[in-house]
Every structure is written in structure tokens, then in C-alpha cells.
Design a protein around this ligand. Structure first.
Ligand SMILES: Nc1ncnc2c1ncn2[C@@H]1O[C@H](COP(=O)(O)OP(=O)(O)OP(=O)(O)O)[C@@H](O)[C@H]1O
Ligand SMILES: [Mg+2]
Length: 357
């Protein structure tokens, strides 16, 4: 997947941007508040249909304007060309893939697999299971094609079961959803396990290159207790679910604990190392997608120099280069760009104006 051109109008501080992109590394350089993260955010919206900043699309419209437009031309992994776009007003938005009448977020996500590595990437280790589930499922979604249909059916059944629990419905109305939950839940679990095996195989190499450390361990927790399978755990937990008013076990509660040797990674690894190890996880995902599906994701790396010394920065840049996917990296100054990226396409951002030299 390669974005060829990008058009942004009235998005945050960017009034107008109409540029051709490099199929490889694109460096975006500018002062604080110049619009670098906004530039990445615009690309992210094209691939996800939503912002990464917890704003609604309407809130990202430039102040004093009523609507924004983001468009791109891209080439997919088979060499076919496509157009994707997003148009948003204060109250509504429209996504568009080629000439499709109704484009859903699912269409954009499938067309433009994006990975966003920001300065808080280490939260994958520090924060709750939700981030790690998202991380895992991004890869599972793109690599395991059984995953998404099963996930959809699972969510639907879970919603109904929880509704019955909340409404204190009789037991038989609650357990009426169990067969569907278990069937779809087992598909989800199998997809996640297969995918995680691939990560385990490939990660050590990337982690060694980046952080000089390959001792990351993963403990996958499927989201239910015991060794007797989801069906058994669900039936066993029914009384507790009835008391709690929601379904407490299932793939929606899964987690992947990540640790270095015998200790949880967040406990003793330095912040810089945490960042590199987490970046290694994302790059490994990109590598898996590329080598198993022939699909090249687009990488967005925001402010990778933050908290990373020159050696770590260079190691990360070298890994990104080696991966050979299209990427967009932001930097505060030209001096902070690692040497290995110095000959790549540069864009300079100043007060929302983006210029190529
Ligand atoms: N809806 C909006 N309309 C106009 N400007 C906005 C809007 N939302 C945010 N901004 C402004 O856009 C500017 C650029 O923000 P952005 O986060 O892209 O900067 P940045 O270059 O990434 O800075 P930093 O280096 O500090 O991370 C900020 O000054 C912000 O106040
Ligand atoms: Mg920023």
C-alpha cells in the first residue's frame, strides 16, 4: 500500500495541503505546534475513519470553517490505483472509497492498513489490557480472515446476553446466547493464538536489532478462567454474571502480558527501552502483514526522537528503512533526523503550511 498524493483542506491548523508523497520514507519537520501531528492525524483518518486524538471528526475542522476534506490517491499491493477520502462537517461525515456509494470504516481499514506509533507507545506495557487487545487484534484482523466475521457475531451475541443480564431476565434467556458466544469466541481465540505464534517467531530478531534484547515473553490470557474451555467457564460463571449484570468472561476480556525475562516489562526496563521494545512489536506486525499477505501497511511515527538518544533513534530508523514500507515520521528539527534517513523526502511545516523543498 502506498499513498501517492495527499490533499488536506481546513483540517486543524492546516488550511490547504496538496502534495505528492514518496513511496518510501517521508520526514515531516517543524517546530512545536506547527502541524506535524495534525498531518499524521489526517492520514490516520483516511485509514481508520476516526481520529487518534479522541476528537470527533467535527472537532478537527479548522476553527472558523464549516467542513474539512482529506483525500488521497493510493496504489494497493496488486498495483491497482484507488482514491479514498473523508469529508466532514460539524455534525456529520462521509467516507469514500473509489466510487462506492456507501463506504464504511471497515472498507477504509481493509484498504489502508495503518500503524501509528506515537510518543506514548509504551502505554502498551503500562496500561490496561484494552491497548494490548487492540494491538493484537489489529494484526489478527489483517492477517486472519476468519477473525472479523466471528468478532462481529460475537459482539452482537454479547450485547444481547448483557442486555438480558442487566434486565434480570430469567436464566434461560441469558444462556440462550451462550452457544453463539462460545462458537464465535473459539474462532476468535484460535485466530489470536495463531497470530501470536507468528509474533513470537519474528519478534526476537527485531527486538534484538532495536534494543539489543530479545528476551520478551508473552503470556496470552484468552479472557476466561480455567483450562476447560470457554463453554465450561461461561456456564460456570453464570451465577456471578447474574449478580454482576454483565458477562465477565470471554475473548472481550483477553490480554497479552508482555514481559522481559522473568519480570513484567514495565517493572524494570528503562523508558527508552520500553519505547523501542514496543516499537519492535509494531514493526513485527508490519513485517508479518507484509510477508504473509503481501500487504504493506503504512507507518506513522510521531516524534520518535522524544526520549530516545542517538543510538536508539538510529536503530529504530534503520529498522524502519529495512522494513521497506511507506512511512511518515515527524521531527522537530532536521538535526534530530537519524543519518540513515537524511536522503529521504522532506516536508517542512510552518504554522500549518506544508512545503517540500
Ligand atoms: N480545529 C483546529 N483549528 C485550528 N487549529 C487547531 C485545531 N485543532 C488544533 N489546532 C492547532 O494546531 C496546531 C498544531 O498542532 P499539532 O499537534 O499538529 O502540532 P505539532 O507540530 O505536532 O506540535 P508538537 O511538536 O508540539 O507535537 C496547534 O497549535 C493547535 O492548537
Ligand atoms: Mg505533535
Amino acid at each position: 500500500m502506498r499513498l501517492e498524493s495527499l490533499y488536506i483542506e481546513n483540517f486543524r491548523c492546516i488550511e490547504l495541503c496538496d502534495i505528492e508523497l514518496s513511496p518510501g520514507v517521508n520526514c515531516i519537520v517543524g517546530d512545536n505546534a506547527s502541524g506535524k501531528t495534525s498531518f499524521l492525524e489526517a492520514i490516520y483518518i483516511l485509514g481508520r475513519g476516526e481520529s487518534f486524538r479522541q476528537s470527533s471528526l467535527g472537532q478537527t475542522i479548522q476553527h472558523d470553517n464549516n467542513a474539512l476534506t482529506i483525500r488521497a490517491r493510493l496504489t494497493d499491493s496488486q498495483g491497482s490505483r484507488h482514491r479514498i477520502g473523508c469529508h466532514a462537517s460539524r455534525n456529520s461525515h462521509r467516507l469514500k472509497l473509489d466510487d462506492q456509494n456507501e463506504t464504511r470504516r471497515f472498507d477504509l481499514i481493509s484498504m489502508l492498513p495503518l500503524q501509528h506509533i506515537d510518543p506514548n507507545v509504551h502505554r502498551l506495557l503500562e496500561q490496561g489490557p484494552k491497548y494490548r487487545r487492540h494491538f493484537l487484534d489489529w494484526g489478527v484482523f489483517h492477517v486472519e480472515h476468519d477473525f472479523f466475521p466471528a468478532w462481529r457475531r460475537y459482539r452482537r451475541a454479547l450485547k444481547q446476553r448483557n442486555r438480558a443480564l442487566r434486565a434480570n431476565c430469567p436464566k434461560h434467556q441469558v444462556i440462550a446466547w451462550d452457544a453463539e458466544l462460545v462458537q464465535q469466541g473459539e474462532v476468535i481465540d484460535a485466530c489470536r493464538r495463531r497470530y501470536l505464534d507468528q509474533i513470537k517467531q519474528r519478534l526476537p530478531n527485531t527486538a534484538r536489532q532495536l534494543a539489543g534484547d530479545d528476551s520478551l515473553l508473552f503470556a496470552y490470557q484468552p479472557g476466561w478462567r480455567g483450562e476447560d474451555g470457554f463453554g465450561f467457564a461461561l456456564a460456570n460463571g453464570l451465577e456471578q454474571d447474574l449478580r454482576a449484570g454483565f458477562t465477565q468472561q470471554g475473548p472481550h476480556r483477553a490480554d497479552v502480558r508482555i514481559s522481559v525475562a522473568a519480570t513484567r516489562a514495565r517493572d524494570w526496563v528503562s523508558r527508552g527501552q520500553q519505547k523501542l521494545l514496543t516499537a519492535a512489536l509494531f514493526l513485527t506486525q508490519a513485517d508479518i502483514l507484509k510477508s504473509t499477505r503481501g500487504v504493506q501497511p503504512v507507518l506513522l511515527l510521531d516524534d520518535m526522537a522524544a526520549e530516545l538518544g542517538e543510538n536508539y533513534r538510529s536503530a529504530l530508523a534503520a529498522e524502519v528503512e529495512r522494513l521497506g514500507v511507506q512511512c511518515f515520521l515527524t521531527f522537530l528539527s532536521r538535526e534530530s533526523i537519524p543519518g540513515v534517513l537524511k536522503d529521504t523526502r522532506m516536508f517542512y511545516v510552518e504554522q500549518g503550511h506544508i512545503a517540500a523543498p
